[in-house]
Design a protein around this ligand. Structure first.
Ligand SMILES: [Zn+2]
Length: 380
């Protein structure tokens, strides 16, 4: 039994003093304020949280790499490096995320993910997110145009067969030929269909949502800006309550005003913080090879040679810090980093500090530095 005492947790919008007791990988008891005295009756490994903030382990649905490793390397070592980098930054579950590549490279990455799953050295793999290859070259961002192609149901079937249920999210451009059929195909197999790297008009996006696309990858990035006579994909997504949106909140990808606008329209239940981090995360400035491109990181900002933003180097704990500094309430920010991504992925018992939930927990100091991460109740 682990007794994490003297912490603050959110309850609604309030911060309350609490003790959280974990056993068998689950949160067994949460004692708040008046019931705190009961702590004495529990025996176990006591951790004093020193009145710091305890949050549910964060979930990153979009991460490509970290610590000089790119998961498209197709090695176990790369995936384990990201798993550890996540745990160090308060993220306890993540989706191994591809970039557009050859089928061979993708299958190799999937095979390696299968070898790691269940043996992660840090954060847990919640599945795989395919970002591409069925994306629109006109909004390619850092996706390598050599590998962009039109939806191919046969190819997707091969991928899903090899992945054996691990594909949880696929980001597509629905306006491409075969895009709507691909949505049907993925929805039938229980995959979350996300949209980005897309030039979809308002009407095309509405059609995709009516088919079951339900998520927007890095909303506002790699898609047309809102125009009052050409409202586009973003407007359709913001307007549709069934659609959730990812936000890269790193102070670069989105203006603070846009982060606040998204939060105001979508609320914390439909907005997800993601890093979209590349292998420079946790390393620093320099030149990197990513998705077959040379990417230069300067002052923590990753760009292609032509200046296009290429992923980020932000971490989940820094994303929390940016979000709250932009004026998003702390409790909402935590929900956007943990509870909401869990719901988007359909994982029932993670993402909240709640009795009976998995004891994925993170202790943070006032500057959002990670003090301790617990995964399944075990200190990382
Ligand atoms: Zn992208």
């Amino acid at each position: 039994m682990t007794i994490i005492k003297n912490v603050r947790i959110t309850q609604g919008q309030e911060l309350v003093a609490a003790t959280v007791i974990a056993e068998g990988g689950k949160i067994q008891r949460i004692l708040v304020e008046e019931s705190l005295g009961v702590t004495e009756s529990f025996q176990g490994n006591v951790v004093d949280g020193n009145n710091q903030l305890l949050i549910p382990g964060m979930i990153d649905v979009h991460i490509h790499g970290a610590h000089n490793f790119d998961m498209m390397d197709g090695t176990v070592e790369s995936i384990q490096a990201v798993s550890k980098a996540c745990a160090e930054t308060g993220c306890t579950s993540f989706l191994v995320t591809s970039v557009s590549s050859s089928l061979e490279a993708l299958l190799q990455m999937i095979e390696q993910t299968k070898r790691v799953i269940g043996k992660e050295q840090g954060a847990k793999i919640a599945g795989i997110h395919l970002e591409g290859p069925y994306l629109n070259v006109e909004k390619k961002g850092m996706q390598n145009p050599v590998f962009l192609r039109h939806p191919d149901l046969e190819e997707m079937k091969t991928i899903l067969d090899v992945a054996d249920g691990l594909i949880k999210m696929v980001t597509i451009a629905p306006e491409l030929p075969g895009g709507l059929e691909l949505i049907d195909f993925l929805k039938e197999r229980g995959v979350v269909v996300a949209i980005a790297h897309s030039n979809a008009t308002y009407e095309e996006a509405q059609m995709a949502f009516s088919k079951g696309a339900s998520h927007i990858t890095h909303c506002f990035n790699a898609m047309p800006a809102i125009h009052h006579r050409a409202p586009g994909l973003v407007t359709a997504a913001l307007e549709d309550d069934s659609v959730s949106v990812q936000a890269i909140v790193d102070g670069v990808h989105l203006h603070p005003g846009i982060v606040r606008l998204m939060h105001k329209i979508k609320g914390p239940d439909k907005m997800v913080l993601t890093t979209d981090a590349l292998q420079a995360m946790g390393v620093g400035d320099g030149d990197y090879l990513f998705g077959g491109h040379q990417v230069t990181v300067t002052d923590g900002v990753a760009r292609l040679q032509d200046g296009t933003l290429a992923s980020s180097t932000v971490t989940m704990n820094r994303s929390l810090q940016f979000s709250t500094s932009f004026g998003i309430p702390l409790a909402d920010t935590i929900e956007m980093a943990a509870g909401t991504p869990a719901r988007v992925l359909g994982i029932a018992d993670v993402g909240q500090i709640k009795e009976g939930f998995v004891a994925d927990l993170v202790l943070l100091d006032e500057e959002f530095n990670v003090l301790t991460t617990w995964i399944d109740g075990v200190e990382y």
